[in-house]
Ligand binder design. Structure first.
Ligand SMILES: [Fe+2]
Ligand SMILES: [Fe+2]
Length: 369
């Protein structure tokens, strides 16, 4: 799927009626999203912003009436009103608005609603994919949400739901190719979800390609899904920071494998190699990794592979402070990580990721709908 072709590159379309607040809002949203700016007098035609979230910034709801009526799914749009008296909110709701805010409301609430609207737009574009991909993406987003909630609250992990999602992912990555999988996820703004599904999809795809089957294949897929579960205990302000982490934040972030250990050791019956993938994917072969500074002999193959998929995902993901890196360039950088990654496994992984097309994949024509 090519999101840029659908949206003209914008993740958020901001339609405003010329008030100064619109400039402040667009500057703030622009730190996080690719943004297209229009006025209520000249809104973009709906097919130009299919696949993007819509935000209305209005002095009063009535001024946006015509533009709102011309918008697809106004119920998913975010409305930010200068005048938030009840009759204004009612007017916005009469136009079909679902998410209505006053501009004086806290920025994180408005940002949160916009992130949700962007994710909804990304998820609705999944309907253009194959049935297997759709099923896997939909079950992954739902079960990953349950996983992180359980991890955060110290509750038992929803393992039946996670196993079902991983089974769907295993099936999807058996017929799809990994680039299509990553493209479908690329615009998602739940960074931990997107990253975890990149790692999970890469592991499932690679394992399929080299002929791993049965419980080994399922464990690699499940281990990829769960590998950063400890991030459920890291504050969102750090996970979602639209910039590089400072030293103290980085130290906090480095606590996530330890949290994964705590969370997973409570789950009796979880395969030990799945736990090791989560706890030790930041270990390095030369013993300088964390949390346990393991030596190479102590790091098994599934964990070595998780480390490779994890670095590959981190490099090829778009972040607020960096664009997505082309995969050839990512592998160029990774080939210099000799004390960190297993070079033999990396060269096999590289070979399959660079030649990732599948003859059996659903015809690309299906994607352009
Ligand atoms: Fe991690
Ligand atoms: Fe990771």
């Amino acid at each position: 799927m090519n999101r840029d072709a659908q949206t003209g590159g914008a993740e958020v379309v901001l339609i405003h009626d010329g008030r100064p607040f619109a400039a402040r809002l667009s500057a703030r949203l622009g730190e996080r999203f690719r943004i297209g700016i229009y006025t209520v007098d000249a809104p973009p035609p709906p097919d130009r912003h299919k696949g993007a979230a819509t935000v209305f910034s209005l002095a009063d709801a009535e001024s946006g009436g015509a533009a709102v009526r011309a918008t697809l799914r106004a119920e998913d749009a975010v409305f930010v009103l200068a005048d938030a008296r009840p009759h204004q909110r009612q007017m916005a709701r009469a136009l079909g608005a679902g998410n209505v805010f006053a501009e004086a409301e806290p920025a994180h609430l408005i940002n949160g609603a916009v992130i949700q609207a962007v994710n909804q737009a990304v998820e609705s574009a999944w309907q253009n994919l194959s049935a297997e991909e759709q099923r896997a993406l939909q079950s992954s987003v739902k079960s990953f949400g349950s996983l992180m909630t359980a991890g955060r609250n110290g509750e038992p992990l929803p393992m039946a739901e996670i196993h079902a999602a991983c089974e769907d992912i295993r099936v999807a990555l058996g017929v799809s190719d990994v680039d299509r999988w990553m493209n479908a996820l690329s615009g998602h703004h739940d960074g931990t979800y997107r990253h975890s599904m990149y790692v999970c999809g890469a592991l499932a795809f690679f394992a399929h390609e080299i002929g791993i089957k049965g419980s080994d294949l399922m464990d690699l897929t499940t281990g990829g899904f769960l590998h950063d579960v400890g991030k459920s205990r890291i504050p969102l302000a750090i996970l979602d920071k639209p910039g590089k982490l400072d030293e103290a934040e980085w130290e906090t972030m480095k606590g996530h494998p330890g949290f994964s250990r705590e969370i997973m050791l409570r789950e009796h019956g979880l395969e030990e190699r799945i736990v090791r993938m989560a706890v030790h994917h930041h270990e390095k072969l030369d013993g300088t990794g964390y949390p346990d500074a393991l030596s190479s002999a102590q790091i098994d193959d599934p964990t070595r592979l998780t480390a490779i998929a994890d670095v590959y995902a981190a490099l090829t993901e778009e972040r607020a402070y960096k664009p997505a890196m082309p995969k050839e360039k990512a592998f160029g950088i990774m080939s210099s990580f000799k004390g960190h990654l297993d070079m033999d496994l990396l060269s096999r992984f590289r070979e399959f990721m660079l030649d990732s097309s599948r003859e059996t994949a659903a015809a690309p024509a299906k994607l352009s709908a």
